[in-house]
Design a protein around this ligand. Structure first.
Ligand code: NDP
Ligand code: 8X3
Length: 250
C-alpha cells in the first residue's frame, strides 16, 4: 500500500518541493497551508501523479488545526509520514528592538503550531504502532546569531521537541527525525524582511544557496530507509556556508 504523507507549509519552498518529490515517488499527500489558490493548484498538478487532498488552516489557530485534521476523509486518515515544516522568521533585529507581534508569530507558528499538528496526528500513529515525524528545524536551532534571538529560540525549541518526541514515542515504534538546513533560497527571506524583495534577494547573492529541492531530496531519503533505520538529526549547509553567519561570498 502507498504511504500517505501530511506536509505543513506545502504551498511554498521546502514543503512544496517535498510534496512534488513525494508525488513523483507515489506517496499520497495531505497538503496544508493558508494560501488556498496554491493548494488548489498543487492538487491539480500533483493529482496527476498521486492521490492528493488539501487542508487550509493556520497552524496558529488550535481549533482550526484539530477541526481540519479531524475532517480528513477516511481514505486519508492514516498518516504514515508527518512533515512538520510550516514556519518562518519574522524580522531580524536586536532583542531590545524586536517587534512583539513578530515574536508572537514565530513562537506561535514555529513552536506551538508544530505542537498542535503533532498532537492531532500522533494518537493514530500510537494506535498503529508506526509512523514517521520529520521536524524541520534550522541551523538557528543549533546556534544563535546576532539579531536572530526569537527565531533562534523557536528553532532551539523545535530541536528540543524533536528529541522529546524521540524519547516519548520510542515505545510506540514511531520514527522521529529533524533536518536543520542552513541558507535555502525560498520565500523565507521575503517573509523575514516583510516583502522587501531586494533585501531578500541579497541574502542569496554571491554564492550558491541550498535549493528547496535539495532539502526535499534529503527528507525523501530519510523517510525511505528501512523501518529499523532512523536518521535522527541532520545539519545541511550549502558548501559555501560554514556556520549560520560565515558564508563564503564572492
Ligand atoms: P517559505 O516561506 O517558502 O515556506 C513557508 C511555508 O510555511 C509556506 O508554505 C507557508 O504557507 C507555511 N506557513 C507559514 N506560516 C504559516 C501558518 N501560520 N500556518 C500555516 N502554514 C504556514 O519558507 P521555507 O520553505 O524556507 O521554510 C520551511 C521551513 O524551513 C520553515 O520551518 C523554516 O523555518 C525552515 N528553514 C528554512 C530555511 C531557509 O533558509 N529557507 C533554513 C532553515 C530552516 P502559507 O503562507 O500558505 O500558509
Ligand atoms: C533559516 C536559516 O540562518 O536564516 O532558518 O536562520 S537562518
Amino acid at each position: 500500500m502507498s504511504l500517505t504523507a501530511f506536509i505543513t507549509g506545502a504551498t511554498s519552498g521546502i514543503g512544496k518541493a517535498t510534496a512534488e518529490l513525494f508525488a513523483k515517488n507515489n506517496i499520497r499527500l495531505v497538503l496544508c497551508g493558508r494560501r488556498k489558490e496554491r493548494l488548489e493548484a498543487l492538487q491539480r498538478e500533483l493529482g496527476k501523479l498521486t492521490d492528493v487532498t488539501t487542508l487550509q488552516f493556520d497552524v496558529r489557530t488550535k481549533e482550526h488545526v484539530f477541526t481540519a485534521i479531524e475532517s480528513l476523509p477516511e481514505n486519508f486518515s492514516r498518516i504514515d509520514i508527518l512533515v512538520n515544516n510550516a514556519g518562518n522568521a519574522h524580522g531580524l533585529s536586536t532583542i531590545q528592538d524586536g517587534d512583539t507581534d513578530d515574536w508572537d508569530a514565530m513562537l506561535d507558528i514555529n513552536v506551538k503550531g508544530l505542537l498542535y499538528v503533532s498532537k492531532a496526528i500522533i494518537p493514530k500513529m500510537i494506535e498503529r504502532n508506526s509512523g514517521f515525524i520529520v521536524n524541520i528545524g534550522s541551523v538557528a536551532g543549533k546556534e544563535v546569531y546576532p539579531n536572530g534571538n526569537v527565531y533562534c529560540a523557536s528553532k532551539h525549541a523545535v530541536n528540543a521537541l524533536n528529541k522529546s518526541m524521540r524519547i516519548d514515542l520510542n515505545k510506540y515504534n514511531i520514527r522521529v527525525a529533524a533536518i536543520h538546513p542552513g541558507a535555502v533560497e525560498t520565500e523565507f527571506s521575503d517573509v523575514r524582511f516583510k516583502g522587501d524583495s531586494e533585501k531578500a534577494k541579497s541574502m542569496y547573492l554571491g554564492y550558491k544557496a541550498l535549493q528547496a529541492e535539495d532539502i526535499a531530496d534529503i527528507i525523501h531519503f530519510v523517510v525511505t530507509r528501512p523501518y529499523h533505520v532512523n536518521i535522527e538529526d541532520l545539519i545541511v549547509y550549502p558548501t559555501a556556508q560554514a556556520t549560520a553567519t560565515i558564508i563564503n561570498k564572492n
